[in-house]
Design a protein around this ligand. Structure first.
Ligand code: 5RP
Length: 220
């Protein structure tokens, strides 16, 4: 199967975790695009979606799915999103699509995070994928220096990219993240950091992993 076919497979498999009549949390990315396409087939059976990006909102609306503002909901049963990397504990790197802040906000509303990914995203230790960090532009140089000093990482500005929140993204290369919870806690304290793309406090509850043998469900 191609990577695209694996994405479509896990996108459809995620429908089994959608609670009928509920509002669904929807992430961002090419895998989530396939989930949104699958969600369209049961649009009449859900109350709507809370979306983590303008890109996903547009696709949801295009399929006739009602998009609610995050402020309109207190709690949602499930958030479905992809990942750039996922480790054996369900900790993830996210933000390859620059939507990490809204993704964490919607994940925070959810009781369960259902990660959908093809098997290339599974790693033993996070960090081969450069860690995205949304920062206020004024702080970018200082945050980059801190990453070098604290973790030996080299931060590069993602040129020409502004997030849906109008901020910029640093991609931090050369990390080996043995303790994602500790790093997330530490980096969150640095002035000017909006969101670090480590999802440790908001890790996956389960991962639907697309493999050549079909969908494998990993629980954490
Ligand atoms: C966007 C994300 C995505 O979930 C992540 O980049 C995976 O994307 P894709 O499904 O296209 O591989 O975090 O900010």
């Amino acid at each position: 199967m191609t990577q695209d076919e694996l994405k479509a497979l896990v996108g459809r498999a995620a429908l089994d975790h959608v609670v009928p009549g509920s509002v669904v949390g929807v992430g961002t990315g090419s895998t989530v695009d396939r989930f949104i396409d699958a969600l369209a087939t049961i649009a009449a059976r859900i109350a709507g979606a809370v979306s983590s990006s303008e890109r996903s909102s547009e696709r949801l609306r295009g399929h006739g799915i009602r998009v609610l503002d995050a402020a309109q909901v207190e709690r949602i049963p499930v958030y479905v999103d992809g990942a750039d990397e996922i480790d054996p504990r369900g900790y993830m790197i996210k933000g390859g699509g620059a939507a990490l802040t809204r993704e964490k906000i919607v994940a925070d509303l959810a009781e369960r995070f259902v990660c959908i990914a093809d098997e290339s995203k599974r790693v033993d230790v996070l960090g081969r994928f450069a860690l995205p960090v949304e920062v206020i532009p004024m702080a970018a140089a200082q945050v980059a220096r801190r990453f070098a000093a604290a973790y030996g990482g080299q931060a590069r500005l993602r040129e020409g990219v502004r997030t849906d929140n109008g901020q910029c993204i640093l991609d931090v290369h050369g990390l080996r993240i043995a303790d994602p919870l500790a790093m997330e806690t530490e980096v969150n304290q640095w002035p000017g950091v909006v969101t670090v793309g480590l999802f440790a406090r908001h890790k996956a509850s389960l991962c639907l992993l697309g493999t050549a043998q079909g969908v494998v469900t990993l629980r954490y």
